[in-house]
Write a protein that binds this ligand. Structure first.
Ligand SMILES: Cc1cc2nc3c(=O)[nH]c(=O)nc-3n(C[C@H](O)[C@H](O)[C@H](O)COP(=O)(O)OP(=O)(O)OC[C@H]3O[C@@H](n4cnc5c(N)ncnc54)[C@H](O)[C@@H]3O)c2cc1C
Ligand SMILES: NC(=O)c1ccc[n+]([C@@H]2O[C@H](COP(=O)([O-])OP(=O)(O)OC[C@H]3O[C@@H](n4cnc5c(N)ncnc54)[C@H](O)[C@@H]3O)[C@@H](O)[C@H]2O)c1
Length: 463
């Protein structure tokens, strides 16, 4: 039997949950289909528990800095409070009852199972029982991504970790080989190393955090090495196999032997099982193409990681707001990604917004950059140990407008706030120069980076 409803949302991660909740509150009949946990990756295996781990690991690192600043500290890492907080405070034991109840309280109907598009306006769900829905107003694809596992010989035959196992781990392994030096790999590598694991990071590219400024990857490689993590870039892995109760990852420059192997080599959307061919999409595409209102096809919208516009919770929620307004027939400004912020929560944090220098040049921007090091800023110098970082600005020299920035360092993600406002609003660097920066804050380094921009940095017409 096919039931008629206004909207069917497939996938109730941060994007789907926000969108489905808003539409239900607006009075539409909304079915949210979820194959796993309502809330998706972010609250159970992503942002929230990983940042609890980072918080704990940072506390250890700060305590280890006490001798340089304030006397003595006896630091004895214990993983138990971390697992307890993740189980009890973050995930309720990986139980989504609270999130499911929240959606139902907004007037939504939750259907547990795997959704599949079966026609231009119909969705089938396979779970404990079969459902069929006809969506009068909208189908929304919000199915996120899953880990992309490289076809390394032997890898599929071992019980490797993805972010799920790394977040759920009851113990810290004696040693950990992390394949992939992106955000997942680096945040978790530093956490596990600070809790005592011997960690090696194998990154195929020539630097860590390859999508950000090269200075960021270099900075993190140096900091991690100083903390005892082995970092190998340009790594070629040819085989993985069991070895002495653990595993051996055979790479150029020698094998890495470790108790656990974490695969953190990116994520990808899986469209084949979703029936997207029914609405004329390529089932093998890496993402669902959307316009600036998240429209995919007549009566179909998509939000979140599946759109390939930026794999972050804040992007999923931003897109959900736009799609909800569009579905409700309200006027809404289309999505713009020119000031997309992202933060890698390593210590130092790497905050970035807009274009990197290389991206700006590739887009034909006449890029002018200004960089300052945090240790040479007043606050960085006062901070002392743990003060690594930099602020880098990318200005369009033709317009005098800031088009990108990176703030790496202690509180790098918070310093980013000011830079994100500037890039979002297209503030000319001349205007930023005339601002008063509180002394001695970390964000005051922005004014030093402005001084480092070649020329005046003033926009045409600016005083
Ligand atoms: C370790 C880690 C740390 C992260 N840290 C951060 C961070 O600090 N900040 C940040 O902004 N982002 C972070 N992210 C990224 C963030 O988790 C994602 O961008 C976000 O979860 C994407 O939301 P989404 O709604 O698009 O998809 P998802 O969260 O992936 O949710 C999709 C949901 O759809 C369901 N689903 C899939 N297919 C179907 C189907 N056919 N039928 C029914 N249900 C289906 C899935 O079960 C899932 O619940 C992190 C990711 C990881 C892995
Ligand atoms: N703080 C945050 O906002 C946060 C934290 C974690 C994850 N995320 C998001 O989740 C997504 C997934 O993160 P991720 O780190 O898995 O992906 P990623 O794409 O950011 O990084 C994957 C890394 O693995 C490397 N790699 C790929 N194949 C390899 C191989 N065979 N051998 C060695 N290295 C290989 C890539 O060169 C790349 O550097 C990202 O897009 C990220 O932005 C965000």
């Amino acid at each position: 039997m096919v039931e008629s409803v206004d909207v069917v949302v497939i996938g109730m991660g941060p994007g789907g949950e926000a969108l489905a909740g808003e539409l239900a509150e607006a009075g539409l009949s909304v079915v949210g289909v979820e194959a796993g946990l309502v809330g998706g990756e972010c609250p159970y295996w992503g942002c929230v528990p990983s940042k609890m781990m980072v918080r704990a690991a940072d506390a250890l690192a700060e305590a280890r800095r006490v001798p340089a600043l304030a006397g003595g500290a006896d630091v004895r890492p214990d993983w138990a409070p971390v697992t307890r907080r993740i189980r009890d405070e973050a995930t309720s034991g990986w139980d989504d009852k609270a999130a499911a109840d929240r959606f139902v309280a907004k007037g939504g109907r939750l259907v547990r199972g795997r959704g599949r598009i079966t026609g231009a306006d119909t969705v089938g769900v396979t779970g404990d029982r079969e459902y069929g829905f006809k969506a009068r107003r909208a189908i929304v694809v919000a199915t996120g991504t899953t880990p992309s596992v490289p076809p390394i010989p032997g890898l599929a035959d071992i019980p490797y970790w993805t972010n799920h196992e790394a977040i759920e781990a009851a113990e810290v392994p004696e040693s950990l080989c992390v394949i992939g030096g992106g955000a997942v790999g680096l945040e978790l590598a530093q956490v596990y190393a600070r809790f005592g694991a011997r960690v090696t990071v194998l990154e195929a590219a020539d630097r860590l955090l390859g999508t950000e400024e090269p200075e960021a990857g270099l900075l993190l490689a140096g900091v991690l090495e100083e903390e005892g993590v082995t970092v190998r870039t340009n790594a070629r892995i040819d085989r993985v196999h069991r070895y002495d109760g653990g595993f051996a990852v055979n790479a150029d420059r020698g094998p890495v032997r470790a108790r656990r192997v974490l695969v953190a080599t990116g994520r990808r959307a899986r469209l084949r099982d979703l029936g997207v061919g029914e609405i004329g999409l390529d089932p093998d595409a890496r993402a669902v193409e959307v316009d600036d209102r998240m429209r995919v096809a007549p009566g179909v919208w998509a939000v979140g990681d599946v759109t390939g516009k930026g794999p972050f919770t804040h992007v999923a929620i931003y897109q959900a707001g736009i799609a909800a307004a569009d579905i409700l027939g309200r006027e809404v400004e289309g999505a713009r990604y020119h000031a997309l912020p992202r933060v890698t929560f390593t210590d130092p944090e790497i905050g970035a917004v807009g274009l990197t220098e290389a991206q700006a040049r590739r887009k034909g921007v006449n890029a002018r950059v200004g960089t300052t090091r945090v240790p040479s800023s007043t606050r960085g110098w006062i901070h002392g140990t743990g003060n690594d970082g930099f602020v880098k600005l990318v200005e369009d020299a033709d317009t005098g407008v800031l088009v990108g920035a990176t703030s790496a360092g202690p509180c790098g993600g918070e310093v980013l706030g000011a830079l994100a406002v500037a890039v979002h609003a297209g503030v000319p660097t001349g205007r930023l120069r005339s601002m008063i920066y509180a002394y001695p804050t970390f964000h005051r380094a922005i004014s030093e980076a402005l001084d480092a921009l070649d020329g005046s940095g003033r926009a045409p017409g600016e005083p």
